[in-house]
Design a binder for this molecule. Structure first.
Ligand code: 13P
Ligand code: SF4
Length: 359
């Protein structure tokens, strides 16, 4: 995809951009709904009608009735989900169309199909339920819906696993190895019951025996932002701030999750900070824009990134600037909306509908 923001928008001052976005919003009124993910920049969040994590924003998109222009300030897979959950006359725009998610790109449909075909020998769809993280492209969501599975987010991964194990013997989990393993550990699964599917190797690099004894097969994908955090960071934080509560996102590696006080979705992290008593110190292992905003919103608490040694900014979320939002809100009529193909829509819808039902 090719996208260059016109010069006029690239060169406008922050002040001018604020005025223009505000004026466009006032003009469009209830026709417009701006959804902003928690990892967005502060100046973008300021213009959002709703702020949330991927699960929360999906739910909000699904109940939009008046707005026919929905601008998503997030990444591509989130806008695709919003397109599926809204009516056909409602158009969804991604404020920076180049904002993707590398983790979603790690599960290419051709590799997933090859893996699924290999699993036929081990019972295939009779035995395995696919669960795919929200961070996937529409074709993988459609595959998931088609084979009786569901989408999960970090908010409902545990519930999604329970849903699956009530119906099938095993789970095929894509694409985040860490979310899959962390949810499995929480359920009490043993290491040998969780097998890692390395898509670059024949039969995922697994022996027949490893596949047979696995309860979950997790795809070898990861988030390059959350896997920055290490156990050494947790130890260093405990030494420097012995009173700090450490909370991390489940995209962090299981060793970090095991050492933290709590692990939870973005909305859980937000709530944890809001509910903590005044004077608390909270160290967070997640995206930096969210941590900075939480620190700003709770000046009576000390809210810190888990480590100062890494810069856990999601470069894709960061692509959305106020310049992009100004362009999108003024020129949406000239912009291609995010649209999932007709061929995939009903299966994607199935997978997302199950997600919304499972909490
Ligand atoms: P949430 O599901 O918590 O919004 O997270 C999405 C994401 O991309 C986290 O890295
Ligand atoms: Fe993708 Fe990680 Fe960015 Fe989330 S933080 S959008 S998983 S790259």
């Amino acid at each position: 995809m090719f996208f260059v923001l016109p010069k006029e928008y690239r060169e406008a001052s922050l002040e001018e951009l604020r005025e223009r976005v505000g004026a466009a919003k006032a003009k469009l009124g209830r026709r417009l709904c701006i959804l902003t993910h928690h990892y967005q920049r502060m100046e973008v969040v300021a213009f959002g009608d709703h702020l949330g994590d991927s699960y929360g924003l999906s739910k909000i998109a699904a109940v939009q009735e008046e707005a026919d222009i929905i601008i998503f300030c997030g990444v591509h897979f989130m806008a695709e989900a919003a397109d599926i959950l809204t009516a056909r006359h409602q158009k969804v725009y991604l404020s920076n169309p180049l904002a993707g998610c590398p983790m979603a790109d790690m599960a290419d449909m051709a590799d997933v199909t090859r893996a699924w075909d290999s699993l036929k020998r081990f019972g295939g769809e009779k035995t395995f339920m696919p669960i795919s993280y929200m961070n996937t492209a529409a074709d993988l969501k459609a595959f998931t819906g088609k084979f009786g599975g569901l989408i999960c987010t970090s908010s409902n991964a545990d519930a999604a696993l329970r849903y699956a194990f009530e119906r099938k013997e095993k789970v095929f989990f894509c694409p985040d190895r860490n979310l899959g393993q962390n949810a499995g550990i929480k359920m009490g699964l043993k290491p040998h019951e969780m097998a890692l599917w390395d898509f670059s190797r024949e039969q995922g690099g697994l022996t027949d025996e490893e596949i047979e004894r696995a309860k979950i097969i997790v795809w070898k994908g990861h988030c390059h932002v959350h896997t920055n955090f290490t156990v050494q960071h947790v130890d260093a934080m405990r030494e420097k701030h012995p009173n700090a509560q450490i909370i991390v996102h489940p995209e962090c590696i299981p060793e970090v999750v095991a050492k933290a006080d709590t692990a939870g979705s973005t909305s859980l992290i937000v709530k944890y900070c809001a509910d903590a008593p005044s004077g608390s110190t909270i160290a967070i292992g997640t995206e930096l824009n969210l941590i900075d905003r939480l620190a700003h919103d709770h000046p009576d608490k000390t809210i810190l990134p888990l480590s100062e040694a890494v810069c856990p900014v999601c470069p894709n979320m960061y692509r959305t600037t106020l310049n992009c939002l100004a362009y999108c809100v003024e020129k949406f009529a000239d912009i291609e909306p995010i649209s999932v193909s007709d061929e995939l829509r009903s299966d994607v819808h199935l997978s997302l509908q199950r997600m919304l039902e499972v909490q």
